[in-house]
Design a protein around this ligand. Structure first.
Ligand SMILES: Cc1cc2nc3c(=O)[nH]c(=O)nc-3n(C[C@H](O)[C@H](O)[C@H](O)COP(=O)(O)OP(=O)(O)OC[C@H]3O[C@@H](n4cnc5c(N)ncnc54)[C@H](O)[C@@H]3O)c2cc1C
Length: 431
């Protein structure tokens, strides 16, 4: 017989909703508080990829090789305005330390482990009437040169060896590409298809989850910004402008905004907003594949009757300030690869949101040292949708069995502040 608890989830974004599902399934009573509408932040306009094989942490030898010189270039897919460098310096130093081949591989192994059941979990959600259908037509990467296609193909062959996706198909020329994807433009001269990773409409998923959870008794409380969360002798107290909410356990799932709450609890500000952008276009023929446009780091996901163009990471300290030049870069990246799109007047659904980035590319999932009733579920970087279901399962396990159920690689203790009393707790526990 399970010990059913009252649980407050701080943040009704993707992670908060996935956690709510698995906690309700275990019989707990769940309240979700959000600063805005439920399903805000980065929950809806993202790329929709459920992509175990494309879950590499950003902290990698490749990203580091590109280096700070390229990151301050406004045309770079990863952009940091020079004026923001001092504010983010300690994050970048930690990012650099995590970008060695050995650390990258270790982080990747941890993410792979977590992703090992991702597809089954999403299929089960759909069967239970909580999830939405996933598209499995495959990812089509297209390039202007054979050399670029060859390099990407070799990388995809290596990726397939990790066992989370199929081996990519052979490299195709322009006419073969057009035969399987008539929407392509003239720049798509070489390319290849890979099956395995899938995608869905994230906004439809959010709506479906909200409906299902409401029916199962979850108490959604929008427009309640949580200012602080603290552990008390018999539970937790969660403070909002409209009063204090009490429960036995709190799940901290406030996405890129988690930092403010974590800092108050003795953590050192290592969840930072990495803004990403999307917008929609309507090509005359809607692509059937998820398209990867050359080396631009811009992609196109077919959602409904539109193609959602997604890309870029921008660290400027803001959460949702729309920088129009980032949209222009994405248009320049995608336009040569698509035909018949009106890039001036045919662009809709412009969207910007912060990814919760961490310097090692790994999420924080686990009870906070010194505050065992507060469980972090945040810092999912660029793969919060992909890892959402597995995170929910893990959090439900921690609520049930304590932190022994947690994966040490994701332990929030790695980000405790120097000099904070928490450091002593962490040291004593040998973490
Ligand atoms: C352009 C872009 C494309 C992406 N594409 C993909 C993809 O294809 N596949 C994938 O796996 N991932 C993708 N991601 C990443 C994914 O969207 C995030 O990792 C994920 O949304 C993180 O989930 P979260 O719940 O932690 O944060 P969010 O989804 O941002 O939700 C956080 C919620 O917390 C609320 N909140 C914040 N502060 C407070 C507070 N103090 N009190 C109460 N509520 C609060 C917010 O209002 C929000 O509703 C993409 C992200 C972007 C920006």
């Amino acid at each position: 017989m399970k010990n059913n608890k009252d649980i407050i989830i701080i943040g009704g974004g993707l992670i908060g909703l996935f956690c709510a599902h698995y906690l309700v399934k275990d019989g707990h009573r769940v309240t979700v508080l959000d600063r805005s509408a439920i399903g805000s932040g980065a929950a809806r306009g993202n790329g929709g990829w459920v992509c175990p094989s494309r879950s590499q942490p950003m902290a990698s030898p490749g990203t580091l090789r590109e280096g700070v010189a390229s990151w301050v270039d406004p045309a770079s897919p990863l952009y940091i305005p020079p004026s923001h460098l001092p504010a983010i310096a300690s994050y970048l130093m930690r990012f650099a330390r995590n970008s060695t081949q050995a650390r990258f591989q270790k982080s990747l192994d941890s993410i792979d482990g977590m992703n090992s059941h991702t597809h089954q979990l999403f299929d089960a959600l759909e069967e239970e009437g909580v999830g939405v259908p996933l598209d499995s037509h495959g990812y089509l990467s297209v390039f202007e040169t054979h050399h670029s296609a060859q390099a990407a193909h070799e990388a995809s062959v290596e990726t397939a060896k990790r066992g989370l996706t199929s081996v990519p198909g052979e490299i195709l020329g322009q006419s073969d590409l057009l035969a399987i994807e008539p929407a392509l433009g003239t720049a798509a001269k070489f390319g290849f298809r890979q099956h395995g990773d899938r995608w869905l409409d994230p906004s439809a998923l959010v709506d479906k989850m909200i409906d299902s959870l409401s029916e199962r008794g979850v108490n959604f409380v929008p427009d309640h910004t949580v200012f602080s969360v603290e552990e008390r002798p018999h539970g937790v107290a969660v403070t909002t402008p409209y009063g204090v909410f009490e429960a036995e356990t709190a799940i901290l799932a406030a996405g890129a905004w988690s930092n403010d709450l974590l800092r108050r609890l003795g953590f050192n500000g290592m969840v930072v907003p990495g803004k990403g952008y999307s917008f929609s276009v309507r090509p005359p023929v809607l692509p059937v594949h998820n398209l990867q446009f050359g080396r631009s780091h811009v992609a196109g996901t077919p959602i409904g009757d539109k193609l959602r163009i997604v890309g870029t990471v921008e660290f400027d300290g803001s959460y949702d300030t729309l920088n129009r030049s980032r949209l222009d870069i994405m248009k320049r990246g995608a336009s040569p690869f698509l035909r018949g799109v009106d890039w001036e007047n045919g662009v809709t659904d412009e969207w910007v949101a912060p990814r919760p980035m961490t310097p090692d590319g790994l999420p924080l999932i686990g009870a906070l040292p010194g505050s065992e009733r507060i469980i972090a579920a945040t810092g999912h970087n660029m793969i919060g949708l992909t890892l959402g279901a597995a995170t929910g399962v893990m959090v439900a396990g921690i609520v049930e069995n304590g932190n022994t159920h947690a994966n040490r690689a994701f332990d929030p203790a790695r980000f405790t502040r120097r000099g904070s009393p928490l450091r002593k707790v962490v040291a004593k526990a040998g973490l």
